[in-house]
Design a protein around this ligand. Structure first.
Ligand code: CMP
Length: 159
């Protein structure tokens, strides 16, 4: 009986931990333009909690690996060159309905189609240089978060 809460906690951690998380990168264009602070503020004001945060730079090979799912697309070379062209900020974010709510917050991939009040409307210049990345599913959020962060670099404000 004494171990009940422990196993219950482990069960929850393993099966439910990722469903309210998403992964984001503030891309090199937004970092170069000095928009890290503004973007993090919009993320905080939208109710996302930061689980992990890192300022780093991708080597071209790492960018190619991260975006491997797009390797057949004509823009793959351009995308991976751009993503390794300067520092980025990587983060794991947490909120109910994180993946969908974050995609709403960042707006359409092409900033020309992004709605008013979205991050890309405010900070993105083009479909290639669109300021932020947001995971498109819970599964990819977990994969992308693990690409950048060890478990020891992830923190939850939970009891
Ligand atoms: P992101 O959310 O990081 O996921 C894949 C990225 O590919 C996307 O944002 C865009 O920046 C980029 N992308 C999508 N379509 C194009 C395109 N037509 N030309 C250049 N880059 C693109």
């Amino acid at each position: 009986m004494a171990l009940g809460p422990y196993f219950c906690g482990r069960f929850k951690a393993i099966f439910f931990m990722k469903t309210n998380q998403t992964f984001t990168m503030i891309k090199p264009d937004a970092v170069r333009a000095g928009n890290i602070g503004g973007i993090l503020q919009m993320i905080n004001e939208a109710g996302f909690r930061i689980v992990a945060l890192k300022y780093t730079r991708l080597a071209t090979e790492q960018a190619r690996l991260f975006y491997e799912v797009h390797s057949e697309r004509p823009f793959y070379g351009e995308l991976t060159e751009f993503m390794s062209s300067g520092p980025i900020v990587a983060a794991i974010l947490e909120k109910d309905n994180a993946v969908a709510d974050f995609r709403k917050l960042i707006g359409a991939t092409n900033p020309a189609d992004a709605e008013e009040g979205t991050i890309r409307k405010k900070y993105a210049a083009s479909v290639g240089e669109n300021a932020v990345h947001g995971s498109d599913s819970d599964e990819n959020a977990a994969i992308e978060g693990a690409f950048f962060f060890a478990r020891t670099e992830q923190f939850w404000d939970r009891n």
